[in-house]
Design a protein around this ligand. Structure first.
Ligand SMILES: N[C@@H](CCC(=O)N[C@@H](CS)C(=O)NCC(=O)O)C(=O)O
Length: 217
């Protein structure tokens, strides 16, 4: 594939949705042209490709736009899945991912940015977040990862959000009695793949040369 025929990935380094998309792209070996985005100053090309202008966005060479991180994961892994992450695409795994994206993300946002949300009587974001982590802990009693002995789709789709939750209040997280969950998160975040996808890039400018990115570059 020449640079002209590579997909373009709009991404933001610290975004958990973009992280899981980059993890899947990296694992698949697919090459992309990477465009790091500043959320406060989104490039016009991103808005034109996807008016909702969230990251990540993948623009395929035929012009098709994938602007949901989970769909980018599936697109990449359906092309090439050397670690068999899609073997974990069971209905149970999909339900867990949906719950992480739904109820856990809602709690995470309110725990992390309480000032952005009106108070909801009886809703305790921190407690709801911890409850979800306790469920993961129970699941990890059986295996090192959520559905088997090695990482699969659900682990990769969920861990960037757990990482964010853990980072809101380090002392609080450290005091939680969730040893299996902590080992799981540590294992995923110290992996060489995670290190690779967290490389820092300057925000993209249209006049800049293409930045070809991927594990096989
Ligand atoms: N459902 C989308 C959500 C993506 C999303 O919300 N990304 C955040 C950054 S983490 C974003 O782009 N927010 C828009 C903004 O901050 O302007 C996906 O899975 O890709």
């Amino acid at each position: 594939m020449t640079a002209e025929t590579l997909p373009i990935l709009y991404t933001f380094r610290r975004c958990p949705y973009a992280m899981r998309a980059r993890m899947a792209l990296w694992a698949s070996g697919v090459k992309v042209i990477l465009r790091e985005v500043k959320l406060g100053d989104k490039p016009l090309a991103l808005r034109e490709a996807s008016p909702k202008a969230t990251v990540p966005v993948l623009v395929l060479p035929d012009g098709k736009v994938i602007d949901e991180s989970f769909e980018i994961m599936l697109w990449a892994l359906r092309k090439s899945d050397p670690d068999h992450w899609l073997d974990g695409e069971s209905p149970e795994a999909l339900t867990l991912i949906q719950r992480a994206d739904g109820e856990f993300k809602k709690a995470l946002d309110r725990f992390k940015y309480p000032e952005r949300f009106a108070e909801e009587p009886g809703y305790d974001a921190k407690a709801i977040g911890v409850q979800f982590l306790e469920e993961l802990e129970q699941r990890l009693e059986t295996n090192l990862f959520l559905f088997r002995k090695s990482p699969a789709l659900a682990d990769i789709a969920i861990f960037p959000f757990v990482r964010q939750f853990a980072n809101v209040d380090k002392n609080f997280y450290t005091a939680l009695d969730l040893p299996k969950l902590k080992l799981w998160l540590d294992t995923l975040t110290v992996s060489k793949e995670f290190e690779a996808i967290m490389t820092k890039f300057e925000p993209w400018k249209p006049e800049q040369d293409r930045l070809i990115w991927g594990s096989r570059v």
